[in-house]
Design a protein around this ligand. Structure first.
Ligand code: ATP
Length: 234
């Protein structure tokens, strides 16, 4: 459903993507692994229209979106949740979720989608009147993903949802992502926490220096000695 082909991205003087190619199929969770600076965030930004590739192509459901504007891409169902849990800290959980419905005219539909998020994330339901900024790190991460769910994504681009979270919380965020996927949303998951990502992913890619150097099923990557040495702690 998503295909990135031979993507090049240049920032002033930095060649951040160098011929990057990857695909995400319907129903898949695909992990994108790699060290700091490998180009993972840039890959998501190129797919969602936040940065312009200087070469290559992005297609979504067979449609060329390489030069499409970010808000149009989001409206097609390709929704990017950036790193760092950007929740609105003075708005309540409920208001944050409702904002995800900014593209939806039908208020009943927004209500249904928000209720759906509460079903999948009961912790948010318990805290619906609490201000976003007072949630724990893990809860804020769920809220950022929940808000993206309300936009009605068919493919979610998640940037390091485990960042800064304690291991037990990481496990619960990953379980939630797996559940969202089981209900039909595809996921491209950027993670430095390869162990956590490969537990829920179907397939994965390893990036170095702006390109994919390794790809395979999650099981293949878990057993790959190069992956084990570099990312799984030996
Ligand atoms: P991390 O895991 O640390 O977030 P990453 O794999 O997501 O890293 P990117 O953030 O995509 O990597 O960065 C890839 C390269 O592009 C890095 O060398 C980075 O310094 C550079 N870069 C990223 N954003 C910009 C920018 N806005 N301007 C200039 N250089 C940038």
């Amino acid at each position: 459903m998503l295909e990135l082909r031979d993507l090049d991205v240049h920032y002033d003087g930095v060649h951040a993507l160098r011929g990057l190619s990857l695909t995400v199929g319907p129903g898949e969770i695909v992990a994108l692994l790699g060290n700091n600076g490998a180009g993972k965030t840039t890959t998501l930004s190129a797919a969602s229209g936040l940065v312009r590739p200087s070469g290559g192509a992005v297609t979504f459901d067979g449609r060329d979106i390489t030069r499409e504007k970010a808000h149009k891409i989001a409206a097609l169902g390709l929704v990017h949740v950036p790193e760092g849990r950007r929740v609105f800290s003075t708005l309540t959980v409920h208001e944050n979720l409702q904002l995800g419905g900014y593209l939806v005219r039908d208020h009943a539909e927004i209500r249904r989608r928000v209720d759906r998020v509460y079903d999948v994330m009961p912790r948010l339901a318990e805290r619906r009147a609490q201000q976003g900024g007072t949630l724990s790190g893990g809860e804020q991460q769920l809220l950022a993903i929940g808000r993206a769910m309300v936009t009605g994504p068919r493919l979610l681009l998640l940037d390091e949802p485990s960042m800064g979270l304690a291991p037990l919380i990481v496990a619960s965020v990953m379980e939630t992502i797996a559940q969202i996927n089981a209900e039909g949303t595809s996921v491209l998951l950027v993670e430095q926490n390869a162990v956590a990502a490969l537990k829920i992913a179907h397939r994965g890619y390893v990036m170095e220096n702006g390109a994919c150097v390794l790809q395979g099923s999650a099981a293949e990557l878990r057993e790959d000695t190069r992956v084990a040495e570099a990312y799984l702690g030996g």
